[in-house]
Write a protein that binds this ligand. Sequence first.
Ligand code: ATP
Length: 191
Amino acid sequence: MENVAVIRGNRIIFQGFSLSAQANDIIWVRGANGSGKSTLLRIVAQLLPNVSGKVSVEGNMALSDENLGLDSNLPLEKALAFWANMDGANADNQYNALAAMDLTALTDVPVRYLSSGQRRRASLARVIASGADIWLLDEPYNGLDSANCARLDQALLRHAGSGGIALVAAHQSPSINVTDSITLGTGRKAA
Ligand SMILES: Nc1ncnc2c1ncn2[C@@H]1O[C@H](COP(=O)(O)OP(=O)(O)OP(=O)(O)O)[C@@H](O)[C@H]1O
């Protein structure tokens, strides 16, 4: 991202903002509520209109945020398989992703019956199974117990270690070594 500027509502969230990431990087993004962490991930995902400046991305991206994006009526395995097929991921990817997030015992549970932490893990399993080069994770630790926080840490390290990139928006400090940690400011009112 080079010299990016974004106004949302009547607030300037970013102005003259630049960020770069390359293979093997885990970039940790912190900041107060409303500072623009989710906005930043959505800019990278190219989901926001009216972004000025330059945003260029090489590689496939997968986003996990509060929108689960899984069919609530399907058993977990089938709901994930829908996306794995769309992403062209193979069955091994999905199996490994379910194991990485300790969901193997829940594969036949309808998504609507999953607890909030299980739903978060399902969303992360979708990202892991996608095989995407770039993971955009918005508050991925929310609702996870300590064992599953550690599983996510391990998944992030494996991803970065195999040439992936991760942007992680989180309130807490990282408990793994990250490439860079940035703290966003609170923006200001547009003139
Ligand atoms: N659709 C929208 N229209 C107008 N303003 C918006 C919209 N979405 C977000 N904003 C504003 O953009 C700013 C940044 O929001 P964002 O969700 O990126 O913050 P955040 O750092 O992720 O916050 P949190 O820690 O609470 O999740 C906030 O002031 C928010 O009110």
